[in-house]
Design a protein around this ligand. Structure first.
Ligand code: NAD
Length: 491
């Protein structure tokens, strides 16, 4: 079954930071794929806007190289498509903090021929420039009520800075025009999570503390902090991953069913989850820093950030509770870290054991686990307990129920579009469901800030863990003492 591609309205997308890493690795290849699939038509336009002194021809060459280097396999591009795509691409050299380039950009936007287009501005620059861009778009008459802005993470460093940024953006743009991007929400499986929960009768009646023992969310990376040393040493895993990506996953897993799949209905429910998070005591948090690799080829965290006294965490594991009727008594265990044994992101919903085993103690303990894998291979797996085949008595074994969607949907379902493809198209469609609202971001910081402040107050120092491991042993103990264990970080 091929997925239907419905072209979006003609648009102009201005990418501030159009020469940067994110634009080259993600945004431009994503647009190219949407172009190949016919979703972006050739009467749309892309304008790269950055500090580099380039002309449009040189920028098109850069875009071509980025697509060759970072474009995904699996497209349906025909010969000549690249040339047609590059025809839609333009460039303006601009300074977010000065006057250079702004009149040219406004002129180019007015000059582009054709009918009315959706106008979107992607802020793919450092967060310190978000306010400048909003201000200048306004001053140069480009912040009309139809304009949309896409704001990258990090959205603030704490509650105070997030509030200040929301306030600055709100001076020039209505909340309905602001798309705070979290690319985790654009992942196919994350959206499938909502379909599984809310379009099936099977899971939702069990989706509560009565039947679910606990939920684990793991986001493991193999990379260290290379290339982002300074940022990371001021952020750490809590700010970089937990406050945004993991928080969003937690919200989708834990929220009540919204009345409709509409932006504010979904975001209202997510906000309620964040506001119901309990404070986390220090004993339920483990922070770690990776050590140098065994062969000495990769430096430890402190050498990496060139700060021998750094107390920033490159790993965090924590146990939290959500204070509401649905979840009272079911803990959520979250962990994320760098330089771990593999690149894996998954959510595991671990159901309670059957209340009584008719098969006796020798059959062992078994429970069902629903695993939502976000990376490396997006998919969903349900562990079911069955009889071990064979003549020897009633022995039980856990097997994964095959939930490979390609079996049912055909080989086209094997191609999973990149999160940025979906999210950028949603911006053009004007659908904010998968973007964070300002109050959500602030609520997440309001929960995060006191935890971080407490580390500072007692001068907490992260524990060390081996590069290529599953994290510090203390993180294992966090679950062991509750009689539970982390799932293996899969290769
Ligand atoms: P980068 O340093 O590679 O690129 C920065 C871009 O901003 C360049 O195009 C540069 O020309 C432009 N720029 C810098 N100062 C400017 C100015 N005064 N006026 C106009 N343009 C200016 O950064 P990046 O990695 O592409 O990241 C961009 C944003 O996206 C950041 O907020 C980052 O946190 C966020 N982000 C990046 C990634 C990633 O994988 N790279 C992932 C998630 C979020």
């Amino acid at each position: 079954m091929a997925s239907r591609v419905i072209p979006v309205d003609p648009f102009v997308l201005v990418i501030f930071g159009g020469t940067g890493d994110l634009a080259r690795r993600k945004i431009l290849p994503a647009l190219f794929r949407r172009f190949c699939d016919g979703q972006m038509e050739d009467n749309s336009a892309i304008i790269g806007a950055a500090r580099s002194d380039l002309d449009t021809a040189a920028y098109r060459q850069m875009v071509r190289e980025a697509i060759v280097e970072f474009g995904q396999e699996g497209g349906s591009c025909e010969a000549g498509t690249m040339e047609a795509f590059l025809e839609t691409v333009h460039y303006v050299s601009i300074d977010a903090r000065g006057e250079t380039g702004w009149s040219e950009l406004a002129g180019l936007l007015d000059k582009l021929p054709g009918e009315e287009r959706v106008r979107a501005f992607y802020f793919s620059v450092g967060p310190s420039l978000f306010g400048d861009l909003a201000e200048r778009l306004h001053c140069h008459g480009m912040a009309g009520s139809e304009a949309r802005i896409v704001v990258e993470k990090p959205f603030g460093h704490d509650l105070g800075t997030a509030k200040a940024l929301n306030k600055t953006l709100a001076q020039h743009f209505d909340e309905s025009q602001i798309y705070r991007i979290d690319h985790y929400l654009g992942k196919e499986t994350v959206q499938n999570l909502m379909a599984i929960r809310f379009a099936n009768m099977l899971f939702e009646p069990l989706w509560n503390a009565q039947y679910i023992d606990h939920i684990q969310i793991t986001v493991a990376e193999t990379v260290g902090v290379a290339g982002r040393e300074d940022y990371y040493d001021h952020a750490g895993a809590m700010r970089d991953m937990v406050q945004n990506h993991i928080m969003q996953l937690l919200c989708l897993i834990a929220m009540e069913p919204p009345a409709k799949f509409e932006p504010d209905a979904v975001r209202d429910e997510k906000l309620k989850v964040i506001r119901a998070l309990e404070d986390v005591p220090a004993k339920d948090i483990v922070r770690g820093q990776y050590l140098e690799s065994d062969d000495g080829s990769k430096p430890g965290f402190r050498e990496h950030v060139q700060n021998p006294e750094s107390t920033t965490e490159s790993f965090i594991a924590l146990k939290l509770h959500i204070s509401n009727w649905r979840w009272a008594g079911t803990p959520f265990y979250l962990r994320t870290g760098k330089r771990l044994k593999s690149r894996t992101s998954e959510i595991a919903v671990v159901f309670k054991d059957a209340p009584h085993s008719i098969f006796g103690a020798e059959a062992g303990r078994h429970c069902n686990i629903l695993t939502i894998v976000l990376q490396p291979n997006e998919g969903i797996e349900l562990g079911v307990t069955i009889k071990e085949p064979g003549p020897g008595g009633m022995r039980l074994v856990d097997v994964p129920l095959d939930m490979t969607f390609s079996e049912a949907l055909g080989p086209e379902a094997e191609f999973v579009p990149d999160a940025y493809e979906r999210l950028i198209m949603d911006v053009i469609r004007g659908n904010q469901t998968l973007f964070m609202r300002g109050d959500e971001v602030e609520a997440a910081w309001a929960w995060t800030d006191p935890i971080i402040a407490e580390w500072g107050a007692r001068e907490d120092t992260p524990v060390a863990y081996d590069s290529g491991s599953s994290g510090p042993v203390e993180a294992l103990a966090l679950m062991h003492r509750d009689g539970r264990r982390w799932r293996e970080i899969r290769k």
